[in-house]
Design a binder for this molecule. Structure first.
Ligand SMILES: *Cc1c(COP(=O)(O)O)cnc(C)c1O
Length: 390
């Protein structure tokens, strides 16, 4: 049976050359970068070069790149680090209803600790309401955190517009962007966009899991979450994961080199997929109809009346791997927080399916997927039990 992996927004297979490089580093350069002898110096040089490679890709200074254990830690560090560091200046923080859990839950925790947190609403296409942002911005707002590309729907947020608004209405507020789903997919540089803090995770761009970085603009200070040996300029103590750092740098470089090709090919796949889905009366596309505002590598749709888990497993039996965000615990269907924020009905919010693909898939794969999707939907329809119970 043909296997088709359409869950690249969850994680990606690693580049072969990244695996090879990491194996070599693990085998040969096992020194601790803090050690004073030759093995330490070699490891320290590898970390330094990795930092320079990533900085060159992002057109920033090497010391603006701080290594962490991934997207979740970078988001926690940026948000808690800025909220605590600048709490003397103000207690107001702003984010949105559609952020990744590692942002959303961090702000919910800060709200419990006494910070005043505004969760901005989104419109029906999944874009953060800019009027609501303008209303929420105050002189004592210290941090605004808005993601670049939503990991569920693929909706692109107007990052440059938000940065401009911040400068005009709340010049002291820092701007954090979770760019995990945008780096290597969209052409942008944090310095050009007016971003102060930016999160990246390596495993979403064909690097290793458990490693990421936080872009931290020169001049921005954060309270560290981890104390100890003072690595990463005191921001993140703990012996550096040298092989993962080297592997991530290589993956970032390759992904940035491929970005234009990635965008072109996945855009063609996206338009084929949206056309095929819009021709099926049972299905409804989520997000914006304007393709300029949607990331090319993600398509999201609902099958109202059909729980997402049923379709995920039916497709899995055909060797096709897709995703649902509406996690199902002990049979109780939980509607997607993102789709609910977009004003979708419960029925639509429990039946979301995410397709995400990369340069490893082809237009031919998309044709095959569309065929299998039609077949599966037709086969499932008669027993659409949820619909029957309405
Ligand atoms: C995957 C993801 C994260 C979390 O990254 P991890 O490295 O898995 O912790 C954060 N934000 C977004 C948008 C993501 O897609």
């Amino acid at each position: 049976m043909r296997a088709l992996y359409l869950d690249n927004a969850a994680t990606t297979p690693m580049y072969e050359e990244v695996i090879d490089t990491m194996a070599e580093v693990m085998r040969t350069y096992f020194g601790n970068p803090s050690s004073l002898h030759k093995l330490g110096v070699q490891a320290e040089q590898l970390v330094r070069r990795a930092r320079e490679t990533i900085a060159a890709g992002l057109r920033c200074a090497p010391e603006e790149i701080r290594f962490t254990s991934g997207g979740t830690e970078s988001n926690n560090l940026a948000i808690r680090g800025a909220a605590y560091r600048y709490r003397g200046r103000g207690m107001r923080l702003i984010t949105s209803e559609i952020e990744h859990a590692s942002v959303y839950e961090t702000f919910r925790q800060l709200a419990k600790e006494g910070f005043h947190v505004t969760f901005l609403p989104v419109d029906s296409t999944g874009q953060v309401e800019l009027d609501a942002l303008k209303d929420a911005l105050t002189a004592d707002t210290t941090l605004v955190s808005i993601m670049h590309v939503n990991n569920e729907t693929g909706r692109i947020q107007p990052i440059a517009d938000i940065a401009r608004m911040l400068r005009e209405h709340s010049p002291a507020a820092l701007f954090h962007v979770d760019a995990v789903q945008a780096i290597g997919k969209l052409p942008f540089f944090p310095g050009d966009l007016g971003i102060d803090l930016m999160t990246c995770a390596a495993h979403k761009l064909r690097g290793p899991k458990g490693i990421g970085f936080l872009y931290c603009r020169n001049g921005v200070e954060l309270s560290p979450l981890l104390l100890g040996g003072g690595q990463e300029n005191g921001l993140r103590s703990g012996t550096e994961n040298v092989p993962a750092i080297v592997g991530m740098a290589k993956a970032v470089r390759l992904a940035m080199e491929e970005q234009a090709a990635f965008a072109e090919q996945t855009a063609a796949m996206r338009s084929k997929l949206t056309e095929c889905i819009s021709q099926m009366p049972e299905l409804v596309l989520n997000g914006s109809p304007d393709k300029e505002t949607m990331a090319p590598h993600i398509v999201h749709f609902s099958y109202p009346g059909m729980k997402s888990e049923v379709l995920v497993h039916a497709l899995e039996q055909q060797g096709i791997y897709v995703s649902t965000r509406s996690a199902c615990s002990s049979g109780a269907e939980k509607p997607s927080r993102v789709l609910t924020a977009m004003g979708c009905s419960r029925e639509r919010a429990v039946s979301g399916i995410r397709l995400s693909y990369s340069l490893m898939q082809t237009l031919d794969d998309v044709d095959y997927f569309c065929l299998m999707l039609k077949e599966t939907v037709t086969r499932l329809k008669p027993s659409a039990s949820v619909r029957g119970r309405r």
